[in-house]
Structures are given as structure tokens and as C-alpha cells.
Write a protein that binds this ligand. Structure first.
Ligand code: ADP
Ligand code: MG
Length: 335
């Protein structure tokens, strides 16, 4: 039995990833819990719970306890983590008792929220819990030389939040977080379809539309997509066709908010580091950065090179895992 497992956790608003020091990413599941409101029991977590969204009887409610980038519901988050960590121990074929854990926290989180994250992990029985700031984890995971005295800029667009951080010499020089990211775009798509066509669509459908025909660029080769929803007038199911141009217009406001946050952060950059940004540019991570045309659009808007992280959906998890190694080193040095 392994009593000293070491894992990194990316507690994302949309997806939770667990990284094991020895095996890499061992779990990647949606941050969703399905609860029976009559019995208060957890019915499903992760992938199974996400598949239930919008399809269950009234007493089963899917909850996203981390939706806005902070722990809104502490108990549910603790249960979600516990169930997911159980899955991890099964997969790794070893006990996860008393693991050493590195968890990333959103850069805008308050002391109270950090404590809540710390407690949720400790309640699972972790021996040691280290918190690392999300932009730092994302930058490490994206292979940026964060320890050097140069500006490393990372933009992480997730589900609930977008974070922009400038990291130099191992620490955050400046960073900003906004509660506008992938989820907000999904909501804007739902609103648009409802207002324009009187048709109700679910969150999953909206997310699929965004991934398939959502664009960050106004000019692109137009695409069409058949979608299904419920006609609000007749109450009956209906299929209809939408275009990528109208979806672009629907999500434009979110895109602009993300752009403003990036601009504001770059403006806060000390002048000595600005030169690095002109040369090295910025790195995109997070699922939201996979939106069609995102890289090209940002490069044009901010006039510096824009690169994609090697694995945008896993950067933060990989970064927490690499941070584990650094912590191991530090502990050895201290002995
Ligand atoms: P978090 O770190 O907040 O959990 P993630 O980095 O896992 O978030 O990203 C989740 C978001 O990325 C969701 O809003 C999802 O819809 C979006 N996303 C994932 N893949 C794509 C894609 N190919 N195109 C556009 N958005 C995407
Ligand atoms: Mg994330």
C-alpha cells in the first residue's frame, strides 16, 4: 500500500483533473454532481452527472458547485472531490490515504474561499495540502520559463472564469480574473435562440453549438448547423438551422470582456517587462481558448504573438503536478 501518494488537482469550474506524479493525468471529469433533493444523496458525479444535465426527473438536480470560479457550495464540493478521488485510487490500484496534494486556486479567490478549498481537500484525508495560484500552474504546465526574470503572460479561459496573469521570477507580477468565459457564451447562445426564434435549447446543446459553429472572428467561412429545441409557442420539439455569423454576434460581448481583461492586465505590466511581451507574446490555455479563431483574433487585437499551450485543457493539471516536484525538492532541502 502506498500511503504517500502525491497528486495535483485542477479544481476547475467546468472540469476537474487529477495529476499523479508517477502516471500523469489520471482523471478528467466534469465538475458536476447529481443530487436527489428528497434524500440529499449524491446520485452521480463527473461524467455520469453531466450526462444527466437537463434530462432527469425533478427530484434529481445536477449541481456545479464551482460554477463561478469559487466554492459556492462547500459540502457538495467536498463530496464531489471525495467521489472523484475514490475513482482515482481505484484506477491507480493504490490507496489514496493521506496523499500530499497540490491544488490550484483561482487568482481572484479570497482567503475564505482558499480556506474552503483547503478544508475540502483536507476532509478527504490529505496529509499535506499546498495551494498554488492558477495562472502560475497554467504557465508551468504550458512550459513557460516562470523562474526566469522575464514576463510570462498566460491567459486561461475556462468555464466560469478567465484569468490573465503576468508571471516573472516565480511569482505573479500582475493578474486579473473575470467571471466571463465558456459558460457565459453558452448562456448568450441560449438567450439568442430564445429571443430570435422563440425556441428553448438546453445547456448541452448550447455548448455543442459554440464548439461547432462558434467563432471569435467576425470574418470566417460561414457554417450552418441544425439544432433542436422546444418551440415556446406550440410547446413542441422543433429542428431549425442556425449560422456561425449569428452565433458570433451572440457571444461577441463575452469575447470583448475577455479582451478588455487582457488589455487591462498588459497595461499594468511594468515597462521593463513590456519588451518581453512584444517578443514572446502570450500563451492561451483553458478549454475556452479552443474556440474557433480565438488565437488569430487575439493576435490581431493586441498586436503581440499569441501561442496555444501544448495541451490547453490540461495545462493547469500538468502545472500542479510539476509544482509537486518542486515542493518535493524544497522539502528535501529543508531536511
Ligand atoms: P475550467 O478550468 O473552468 O474547468 P476548462 O479549461 O476545462 O474550464 O474549459 C471548459 C470550457 O471550455 C467550457 O466552457 C467548454 O465549453 C469550453 N470548451 C471546451 N472545448 C471547446 C472548444 N473546442 N471550443 C470552444 N469551447 C470549448
Ligand atoms: Mg481551469
Amino acid at each position: 500500500m502506498f500511503s504517500n501518494a502525491e497528486i495535483g488537482i485542477d479544481l476547475g469550474t467546468a472540469n476537474i483533473l487529477v495529476y499523479s506524479k508517477t502516471k500523469g493525468v489520471v482523471l478528467n471529469e466534469p465538475s458536476v454532481v447529481a443530487i436527489d433533493i428528497n434524500t440529499k444523496q449524491v446520485v452521480a458525479v463527473g461524467i455520469e452527472a453531466k450526462e444527466m444535465v437537463g434530462k432527469t426527473p425533478k427530484n434529481i438536480v445536477p449541481i456545479r458547485p464551482l460554477k463561478d470560479g469559487v466554492i459556492a457550495d462547500y459540502d457538495v464540493t467536498a463530496q464531489l472531490l471525495k467521489e472523484l478521488l475514490k475513482k482515482v485510487s481505484k484506477k491507480l490500484g493504490m490507496s489514496m490515504r493521506k496523499p500530499t496534494v497540490v491544488v490550484c486556486t483561482p487568482s481572484g479567490s479570497t482567503t475564505v474561499e482558499r480556506r474552503a478549498i483547503h478544508n475540502a481537500v483536507t476532509s478527504y484525508g490529505a496529509k499535506l495540502v499546498h495551494l498554488i495560484e492558477e495562472p502560475v500552474a497554467a504557465a508551468i504546465g504550458a512550459d513557460l520559463p516562470v523562474d526566469e526574470p522575464i514576463a510570462n503572460v498566460v491567459v486561461d479561459i475556462g468555464g466560469g472564469t478567465s484569468e490573465v496573469g503576468i508571471i516573472s521570477f516565480g511569482g505573479i507580477v500582475s493578474c486579473n480574473s473575470v467571471r466571463t468565459a465558456g459558460d457565459k457564451m453558452d448562456e448568450e447562445i441560449i438567450q439568442h435562440i430564445r429571443k430570435k426564434y422563440n425556441i428553448l435549447i438546453g445547456e448541452r446543446t448550447a455548448e455543442n453549438i459554440k464548439m461547432e459553429v462558434g467563432y471569435a472572428t467576425p470574418t470566417h467561412k460561414e457554417k450552418m448547423m441544425d439544432i433542436r429545441g422546444r418551440d415556446m409557442v406550440t410547446g413542441l420539439p422543433k429542428t431549425m438551422e442556425i449560422t456561425s455569423t449569428e452565433i458570433y454576434n451572440a457571444i461577441k460581448e463575452s469575447l470583448d470582456q475577455i479582451l478588455e481583461t487582457i488589455r487591462a492586465t498588459l497595461e499594468e505590466c511594468p515597462p521593463e517587462l513590456s519588451g518581453d511581451i512584444v517578443d514572446n507574446g502570450i500563451v492561451l490555455s483553458g478549454g475556452g481558448s479552443l474556440l474557433n479563431g480565438m488565437q488569430e483574433w487575439l493576435a490581431e487585437e493586441i498586436s503581440v504573438p499569441v501561442h496555444m499551450a501544448p495541451n490547453p485543457l490540461e495545462s493547469v493539471a500538468i502545472g500542479t503536478g510539476r509544482a509537486l516536484k518542486m515542493i518535493g525538492k524544497l522539502q528535501k532541502a529543508a531536511k
